[in-house]
Design a protein around this ligand. Structure first.
Ligand SMILES: [Zn+2]
Length: 488
């Protein structure tokens, strides 16, 4: 582990520029597929650091690939930079209030400003290390847009951009430091648009065919489906168009968005087919017509125990974080704003459950591959993990118990603890990548583990080949429709 000291020194020597980059991206707070400025800040910075950048990959203007080095193993670092709608929040506040000088109404409620920046820094440090030691290796940084309610990496995986990686390294900002041990759910997301016939609701109700009735019957049908779904499957929906605000007009158009989650992509796709049949049934019952518009899908994460063990060793060698009394005091204040049930729920997400949670958990939690993986939401890192051996870590950027996609998470995103977690992630990812380049047998074992778990089949993208990434759209507007499939 003699590379650890050098990695720590390199990250510390560069940290000021990267903290500034993360803060800039926090302030830009750009939404999925529209992260033009955030992506460009990353791309131009890594270009200036000597990487060759290919912009606009996989049909997405805000996706890019940066590469440096030559020959040897190919090590990929995954970065994200999209924000969430409706989460504009004053930095460092212990109450929910918008920032007066915000660029828009969005906020970094999932820490992707830190996520992209640490992975970017790790790629630069790994490249520097290989160059300084004359080691043959190829380093890539992937600028991955649209993770939130989207699937940028799934489109990138479908384009084969991860296929030649020996290892993919990623992380996520969190409330504790550990190897990422969660099971994630595969998902499929689609719009259901019902078309009926408008008429006067009192003068000619018999001539109307209500699209809103159809949407409601579809939701009722799906409620009956829920009893007969596989374990851990979930189906959520939202109204995109409820047919207008006039009760005296039979609604001619109504639209819902459905997200279907399950343990694996085949399970999610099976469930999606049943939801489509329910939509057809609702259209049949109401004399309307339904169009299904496929939006996105992602796979569950395929854990690679071989790589996770290497990441764990490197993370422990780097060690936990030193926190200050001020950071603990602020975390204590933030915790007072979190509902006790939500605070208690935080432990459920960690395989190494904590009995005595404190305001900040600075140490590295033990790696527990022997316990059942707690189930969490979905991530498009899942698709990368089916294409190439992948490992991820979590770091404590926020007070223990802080909920994802909350104002509390946005508020803490530019504070010193967030930066410490980001730098720990950069050190862990760089050290793991460097360690693995020196261990060809481990890289081979990781590849064999992927093949064994995948069943020797190539990665199959859950997004159909004719569905293209949506064009960039204004924050908060309904998704642009990329592809249409009329099913009834
Ligand atoms: Zn996230």
């Amino acid at each position: 582990m003699k590379h650890i000291a050098k990695v720590v020194e390199l990250v510390e020597s560069k940290k000021d520029d990267y903290i500034a980059l993360a803060n800039d991206i926090w302030s830009l707070a750009e939404m999925r597929y529209a992260e033009f400025e955030s992506a460009e800040r990353h791309a131009s910075a890594i270009e200036a650091a000597g990487f060759t950048v290919t912009r606009g990959v996989a049909g997405m203007p805000t996706a890019f690939m940066a590469q440096a080095g030559r020959g040897g193993p190919v090590i990929g670092f995954l970065g994200e930079y999209d924000a969430l709608a409706g989460l504009n929040q004053e930095s460092g506040a212990t109450a929910c209030r918008p920032a007066a000088d915000a660029a828009n109404g969005n906020g970094h409620g999932c820490g992707h400003h830190l996520l992209g920046t640490a992975s970017h820094l790790a790629a630069v440090v790994a490249r520097d290390y290989f160059a300084a030691h004359g080691i043959e290796a190829t380093v890539r940084f992937y600028g991955c847009p649209a993770e939130e309610a989207a699937a940028g990496k799934t489109f990138m995986a479908r384009a084969g951009l991860f296929d030649d990686l020996d290892v993919a390294l990623c992380w996520h900002p969190s409330v504790a430091n550990s190897v990422f041990m969660n099971a994630t759910l595969a998902n499929v997301q689609a719009y259901f648009r019902f078309h009926g016939k408008a008429s006067h609701a009192a003068l000619a109700p018999h001539l109307g065919r209500s699209a809103l009735d159809a949407a409601e019957l579809m939701n009722i049908g799906v409620n009956y489906l829920r009893e007969h779904m596989p374990d851990q499957a979930r189906v959520h929906f939202a109204y995109i168009n409820s047919g207008g605000i006039s009760t005296n007009v039979v609604p001619a158009h109504a639209e819902t968005l459905y997200t279907i989650r399950a343990r694996t992509s085949p399970e999610a796709i099976d469930l999606f087919e049943r939801v489509k049949q329910i939509a057809e049934g609702a259209a049949l019952m109401t004399g309307t017509r339904v169009e299904m518009v496929f939006d996105k899908a992602c796979s569950n994460v395929l854990h690679n125990d071989t790589l996770d063990a290497v990441l764990d060793r490197n993370m422990h060698a780097i060690g936990g974080m030193n926190v200050t009394a001020n950071e603990v005091a602020f975390a204590t204040e933030i915790q007072k704003t979190i509902n006790p049930d939500d605070l208690a729920n935080a432990s459920r997400h960690f395989a190494a459950a904590l009995r005595d949670p404190r305001p900040i958990i600075p140490e590295i939690l033990p790696y527990r591959p022997d316990v059942e993986r707690p189930v969490t939401g979905s991530t498009d890192v899942g698709d990368v993990s089916w294409a190439a051996p992948t490992t991820q870590c979590l770091t404590a950027c926020y007070a223990w118990g802080t909920g994802f996609h909350s104002w509390q998470m946005v508020s803490q995103g530019k504070l010193s603890l967030a930066h410490k977690g980001m730098l720990l992630a950069a050190k862990t990812l760089a050290a793991t990548g460097i360690d693995l380049v020196g261990q060809p047998a481990t890289l081979r074992a990781a590849r064999e583990e992927l093949h064994r778990k995948r069943g020797l089949k190539p990665y199959q993208c859950p997004i159909p080949g004719d569905v293209t990434p949506p064009p960039a759209r204004a924050a908060g507007t309904p998704a642009a429709r990329a592809s249409q499939d009329v099913i009834a």
